[in-house]
Design a protein around this ligand. Structure first.
Ligand SMILES: [Zn+2]
Length: 125
């Protein structure tokens, strides 16, 4: 699932062209991203629609590929924005569940992310 030459801005999720190590579509996005990194949870529940849609597309791609587990770092390479979620839910075992529309995911050990559609999942909690 390598997307070489198909990178997305870490800030806004738009395709990035240019140097192989370029992570943002322009300087504005780079500054914006670095600024948002320094602000922690206060920004968590203010997701932008564009980022949400990008996140949702990435997770849908993971699920459609028949994969339920993916490395967090791989998601980040695709442009996944961990701050853009539509819901947060703390499970009894202390695991934070993240939801984007009808998809949920949570982080496991070794920075692995487990992804599933809520409708596919028989409720256990
Ligand atoms: Zn951008």
């Amino acid at each position: 699932m390598q997307h070489r030459g198909n990178r997305f801005c870490l800030n806004c999720g738009l395709p990035v062209f240019g140097r192989a190590d370029k992570k943002y579509c322009d300087d504005h996005c780079r500054n914006d991203f670095h600024n948002s990194q320094s602000v922690t949870n206060s920004k968590l529940m203010r997701p932008s629609h564009k980022k949400l849609r990008r996140n949702y597309e990435i997770l849908t791609g993971v699920i459609d590929a028949g994969v339920c587990e993916i490395a967090k770092d791989e998601l980040l390479i695709y442009g996944f924005n961990t701050k853009s979620v539509t819901e947060l839910d703390l499970r009894e075992d202390g695991t934070m569940l993240y939801g984007i529309y009808d998809i949920q995911y949570f982080e496991k050990a070794n920075r692995m992310i487990e992804v599933y559609r809520k409708s596919d999942f028989s409720p256990q909690w």
